[in-house]
Design a protein around this ligand. Structure first.
Ligand SMILES: Nc1ncnc2c1ncn2[C@@H]1O[C@H](COP(=O)(O)OP(=O)(O)OP(=O)(O)O)[C@@H](O)[C@H]1O
Ligand SMILES: [Mg+2]
Length: 112
Protein backbone atom coordinates (compact mmCIF):
# COMPACT_ATOMS: atom_id res chain seq x y z
CA UNK A 1 0.00 0.00 0.00
CA UNK A 2 1.13 3.53 -0.70
CA UNK A 3 0.03 6.94 0.48
CA UNK A 4 -0.48 9.27 -2.46
CA UNK A 5 -0.52 12.86 -1.25
CA UNK A 6 -1.34 15.45 -3.90
CA UNK A 7 -1.21 19.20 -3.27
CA UNK A 8 -3.12 20.83 -6.11
CA UNK A 9 -5.20 23.83 -7.22
CA UNK A 10 -8.48 23.94 -5.24
CA UNK A 11 -10.56 24.44 -8.40
CA UNK A 12 -9.38 21.04 -9.68
CA UNK A 13 -10.48 19.09 -6.61
CA UNK A 14 -13.82 17.76 -7.82
CA UNK A 15 -12.56 16.54 -11.19
CA UNK A 16 -9.51 14.91 -9.62
CA UNK A 17 -11.61 13.03 -7.06
CA UNK A 18 -14.07 11.92 -9.75
CA UNK A 19 -11.25 10.56 -11.88
CA UNK A 20 -9.65 8.79 -8.90
CA UNK A 21 -12.94 7.18 -8.01
CA UNK A 22 -13.48 6.09 -11.62
CA UNK A 23 -10.42 3.88 -11.15
CA UNK A 24 -12.12 2.03 -8.31
CA UNK A 25 -10.60 3.81 -5.34
CA UNK A 26 -12.88 5.55 -2.85
CA UNK A 27 -11.05 6.35 0.42
CA UNK A 28 -9.91 9.97 0.27
CA UNK A 29 -9.02 12.67 2.81
CA UNK A 30 -9.10 16.30 1.72
CA UNK A 31 -7.54 19.21 3.60
CA UNK A 32 -7.45 22.90 2.75
CA UNK A 33 -3.81 23.93 3.00
CA UNK A 34 -1.50 26.82 2.18
CA UNK A 35 1.97 26.54 0.83
CA UNK A 36 4.54 27.47 -1.74
CA UNK A 37 7.05 25.69 -3.93
CA UNK A 38 9.97 27.08 -5.88
CA UNK A 39 8.41 30.51 -6.49
CA UNK A 40 8.11 31.13 -2.73
CA UNK A 41 4.68 32.76 -3.00
CA UNK A 42 3.68 35.76 -5.08
CA UNK A 43 4.99 39.32 -5.04
CA UNK A 44 2.46 42.04 -5.98
CA UNK A 45 2.93 45.77 -6.46
CA UNK A 46 0.48 48.17 -4.77
CA UNK A 47 0.97 51.97 -4.84
CA UNK A 48 4.67 51.61 -5.48
CA UNK A 49 5.22 49.10 -2.70
CA UNK A 50 5.83 45.38 -2.98
CA UNK A 51 3.60 43.03 -1.04
CA UNK A 52 4.39 39.37 -0.70
CA UNK A 53 1.82 36.65 -0.36
CA UNK A 54 4.01 34.07 1.30
CA UNK A 55 1.60 31.14 1.02
CA UNK A 56 -1.01 30.30 -1.62
CA UNK A 57 -4.19 28.31 -0.90
CA UNK A 58 -4.07 24.74 -2.17
CA UNK A 59 -5.93 21.56 -1.46
CA UNK A 60 -4.26 18.39 -0.24
CA UNK A 61 -5.76 15.08 -1.36
CA UNK A 62 -4.56 12.00 0.49
CA UNK A 63 -5.36 8.47 -0.55
CA UNK A 64 -3.89 5.19 0.67
CA UNK A 65 -4.11 2.90 -2.34
CA UNK A 66 -3.19 -0.66 -3.19
CA UNK A 67 0.08 -1.02 -5.08
CA UNK A 68 -1.53 -2.05 -8.40
CA UNK A 69 -3.45 1.24 -8.54
CA UNK A 70 -0.66 3.67 -7.66
CA UNK A 71 0.52 4.52 -11.19
CA UNK A 72 -3.04 4.86 -12.48
CA UNK A 73 -3.96 7.15 -9.59
CA UNK A 74 -0.87 9.30 -10.22
CA UNK A 75 -1.70 9.51 -13.95
CA UNK A 76 -5.29 10.52 -13.18
CA UNK A 77 -4.14 13.27 -10.80
CA UNK A 78 -1.44 14.60 -13.12
CA UNK A 79 -3.67 14.70 -16.18
CA UNK A 80 -6.51 16.39 -14.29
CA UNK A 81 -4.40 18.86 -12.27
CA UNK A 82 -2.24 20.02 -15.19
CA UNK A 83 -2.57 23.53 -16.62
CA UNK A 84 1.06 24.06 -17.61
CA UNK A 85 1.46 27.08 -15.32
CA UNK A 86 3.57 27.33 -12.18
CA UNK A 87 1.71 26.11 -9.12
CA UNK A 88 0.01 23.12 -10.76
CA UNK A 89 0.97 21.10 -7.70
CA UNK A 90 2.98 18.17 -6.53
CA UNK A 91 2.46 14.54 -5.63
CA UNK A 92 4.33 12.67 -2.90
CA UNK A 93 4.22 8.89 -2.65
CA UNK A 94 5.22 6.93 0.45
CA UNK A 95 4.91 3.45 1.86
CA UNK A 96 2.14 2.56 4.30
CA UNK A 97 2.83 -0.35 6.63
CA UNK A 98 -0.65 -1.25 7.75
CA UNK A 99 -4.25 -0.10 7.94
CA UNK A 100 -7.20 -1.01 10.16
CA UNK A 101 -10.89 -0.65 9.38
CA UNK A 102 -12.32 0.01 12.82
CA UNK A 103 -15.80 -1.47 12.22
CA UNK A 104 -14.66 -4.81 10.81
CA UNK A 105 -11.09 -4.98 12.16
CA UNK A 106 -9.91 -5.68 8.60
CA UNK A 107 -6.16 -5.24 8.30
CA UNK A 108 -3.78 -4.24 5.55
CA UNK A 109 -4.97 -3.91 1.99
CA UNK A 110 -8.41 -5.27 2.92
CA UNK A 111 -8.90 -2.20 5.10
CA UNK A 112 -8.27 0.52 2.48
N1 LIG B 1 9.06 20.03 -1.33
C1 LIG B 1 7.82 20.28 -0.87
N2 LIG B 1 7.46 19.88 0.36
C2 LIG B 1 6.21 20.11 0.82
N3 LIG B 1 5.26 20.73 0.13
C3 LIG B 1 5.58 21.15 -1.12
C4 LIG B 1 6.87 20.95 -1.68
N4 LIG B 1 6.87 21.48 -2.92
C5 LIG B 1 5.65 21.96 -3.13
N5 LIG B 1 4.87 21.79 -2.05
C6 LIG B 1 3.46 22.15 -1.92
O1 LIG B 1 2.86 22.00 -3.21
C7 LIG B 1 2.25 23.20 -3.61
C8 LIG B 1 2.37 23.34 -5.09
O2 LIG B 1 3.73 23.41 -5.42
P1 LIG B 1 4.15 23.94 -6.86
O3 LIG B 1 3.30 23.31 -7.89
O4 LIG B 1 4.18 25.44 -6.84
O5 LIG B 1 5.64 23.33 -6.93
P2 LIG B 1 6.93 23.95 -7.62
O6 LIG B 1 8.05 23.04 -7.25
O7 LIG B 1 7.06 25.39 -7.29
O8 LIG B 1 6.64 23.72 -9.17
P3 LIG B 1 6.26 24.86 -10.27
O9 LIG B 1 7.56 25.46 -10.67
O10 LIG B 1 5.57 24.11 -11.37
O11 LIG B 1 5.34 25.84 -9.59
C9 LIG B 1 2.92 24.28 -2.80
O12 LIG B 1 2.07 25.40 -2.62
C10 LIG B 1 3.21 23.57 -1.48
O13 LIG B 1 2.04 23.60 -0.68
MG1 LIG C 1 5.51 26.71 -7.71
Amino acid sequence: MKRVEAIVRPERLEDIVENMEALGHSGITVTQVEGHGRQKGIVEQFRGKEYKLMFIPKVKIEAVVKDELVEKIIDAIVSTAFTGNVGDGKIFVSNVEDAVRVRTKDRGVAAV
